[in-house]
Design a protein around this ligand. Structure first.
Ligand code: MLT
Length: 311
């Protein structure tokens, strides 16, 4: 009987499916690194979301480990290179959450444009009828630059087209082909996209190449009244440079669902989060009932299939 360690909450149905298939499943919520290193030796499979870090040390302590399953898309909390060296399979479920993240991105974009967060807050908390203060802007006719045209970026592009926006897309590989398929404009370079867009939305994974890919130089290329949205990973943007740009009135508004530290802990992060032109959510892009259910079931099914074909 294979033993599965679940470290971050996943859909109940996924656990039931594993148990029905004769897996012994234990749940230890967000174990501290030392605890994880201590218990991992007993398990064949570990399932994590973003909170638990599967480091080189954890992998080395996992003597029986065969699968590291990420119930989600991003693999930046897993030492994939080391897992590959140890011939441990790393699986994820990016197909389950693209719609949820794309819908959240659109919600944030519209909230930035129409100032709904501040309008709602002033009415509920201060009981102020500030109708004239909340003159917003329309998405229709605006140019959105989408950085990264994978599953999520593509879903965002489709929705922006439906809103009547001009959609510019950029990615390093097979850009022309993807842009044609989506019916959007391929930006000849990242710099072009940055300087041409009214709204910029980031949809890239976090890796060595994308770490702080939006820094001071890139922020300076953007239009002074640009809106910036990040629902990918916090560290893709150099947050301190972003804060400086906001303080220097270089940006009209920012929406962040992701942060360099989650939960945030540095004073500069809290300054960024509480800045009046920044709206924030606590990494809820993929948090829909539908996407969580799908993610859990896809991961459980992939574990069952992988271990039954390996036998
Ligand atoms: C993911 O990569 O799966 C998403 O960002 C959602 C998450 O980590 O919670």
């Amino acid at each position: 009987m294979y033993r599965v360690l679940v470290c971050d909450p996943i859909a109940r149905e996924a656990i039931d499916l594993l148990r029905k298939n004769n897996f012994k499943v234990d749940f230890v919520e967000s174990p501290a690194p030392e605890e994880l290193c201590r218990i991992i030796a007993a398990y064949d499979v570990i399932i994590v979301r973003s909170a638990t870090k599967v480091t080189k040390e954890v992998i080395d302590r996992g003597e029986k480990l065969k699968i590291i399953a990420r119930a989600g898309a991003g693999l930046d909390n897993i030492d994939v290179e080391h897992a590959n060296k140890r011939k441990i399979k790393v699986i994820n479920a990016p197909e389950a959450l693209a719609v949820a993240v794309a819908e959240h991105t659109i919600a944030l974009m519209l909230m930035l444009l129409r100032k709904e967060y501040h309008a709602c807050r002033s009415l509920k908390e201060e009981k102020l009828w500030l109708k004239k203060k909340f003159l917003g802007e329309e998405a229709f006719g605006k140019t959105i630059g989408i950085i990264g045209l994978g599953r999520i970026g593509s879903e965002v592009a489709k929705r922006c087209k439906a809103l009547g926006m001009r959609v510019l897309g950029y990615r390093r590989h097979k850009l022309e082909e993807k842009a044609r398929e989506l019916g959007i404009v391929a930006a000849p370079s990242l710099d072009f996209l940055l300087s041409e867009s009214d709204i910029i939305s980031i949809h890239v994974p976090l890796n060595k190449e994308t770490f702080h890919m939006i820094g001071e130089r890139e922020l300076n290329l953007m239009r002074p009244n640009v809106y910036l949205i990040n629902t990918s990973r916090g560290a893709v943007i150099d947050g301190k440079s972003l804060l400086r740009a906001l303080e220097n009135n270089r940006i009209a508004g920012v929406a962040l669902d992701v942060f360099e530290n989650e939960p945030p802990r540095e004073p500069w992060e809290w300054k960024l989060i509480t800045h009046p032109r920044v709206i924030v959510t606590p990494h809820i892009g993929a948090m829909t009932k539908e996407s969580q259910r799908k993610t859990g079931l896809i991961i459980a099914q992939k574990i069952i299939t992988t271990l039954s074909t390996d036998q």
